[in-house]
Design a binder for this molecule. Structure first.
Ligand SMILES: [Fe+2]
Length: 261
């Protein structure tokens, strides 16, 4: 008798759609889905179980292949951006690494983490429309230049919004410069109007951009970035996310914890 049968017999609770993956000796995965329900006699006593197990390997492989293709398409898009502007590409990628770690600490499931990661990889894609001499200009930007930089959010959103991704994906990108007190852009959204995904992107974005070298300035350092986040805790940035980021940084001796190996 299997563990599943024992569980159903002893608890009387059904098992519905339990998915199990097994690594086969040839290195491929086998995936099955099991449903099992209790059977009762006339007196209401459980006398056995009834169930069905279906081999889902082919569907699972197809699904995995689709996910791989989608991730490849994103990485081609990212590398295209890198040809023109390696700093924005590196920034997007690092923000994706940070965001994924934060999402994991928040207990988000793998699907949600994948969406968050892809949104992060694309969040500054709209900077492709900004002339490089403005993007990399040392010193202070004038008002017109600053407005142009701000437009990258809408451009990123416009590029993504009509694709076949959940609306949340494009909206998280659209909101990544919003701040809890309404002082962000482009729409001055507040508190509950800002998606959790966008809050993660916002905090990860500040940490990465302040900690990293840019052609127009030296790195400001991770301590300064964490100070900025602490100052804006609850005012600009989600307090729980600031705490997670600070913990991740502390656990890594206040060194960048998001770099690829
Ligand atoms: Fe941005």
């Amino acid at each position: 008798m299997t563990d599943d049968d024992n569980y159903v017999l002893h608890t009387g609770k059904p098992i519905i759609g339990k998915i199990e993956r097994t690594l086969l000796p040839n290195g491929t995965w086998n995936q099955v889905i099991t449903t099992k329900i209790p059977m009762y006699d006339r007196g209401g006593q459980i006398i056995g179980t009834m169930g069905i197990t279906r081999d889902m390997t082919m569907y699972a492989n197809l699904e995995q292949e689709r996910t791989n293709m989608m991730q490849s398409a994103f990485s081609v898009l990212g590398r295209t951006l890198a040809v023109r502007d390696p700093y924005t590409y590196g920034h997007n990628h690092n923000v994706a690494n940070i965001s994924e770690k934060v999402g994991r600490e928040l207990g988000w499931d793998e699907n949600r983490l994948l969406s968050l990661r892809l949104a992060a990889e694309m969040h500054d894609l709209g900077k492709i429309s900004i002339p490089l001499d403005i993007l990399n200009k040392p010193g202070k930007l004038n008002d017109a230049e600053y407005r142009l930089i701000q437009e990258h959010v809408k451009t990123s959103y416009d590029i993504i919004k009509d694709s076949h991704f959940p609306a949340l994906f494009a909206n998280a990108i659209y909101q990544h410069h919003e701040r809890l007190d309404g002082s962000g852009y482009p729409r001055g959204l507040k508190e509950g109007e800002i998606l959790p995904e966008a809050r993660v992107l916002a905090v990860s974005d500040v940490l990465e951009s302040m900690s990293s070298y840019r052609p127009y300035r030296e790195s400001l350092g991770i301590d300064k970035a964490l100070d900025e986040l602490e100052k804006g805790r609850n005012l600009h940035y989600d307090a729980a996310i600031v705490d997670i980021i600070t913990k991740l940084a502390d656990n890594n001796g206040r060194k960048p914890f998001w770099l690829d190996n």
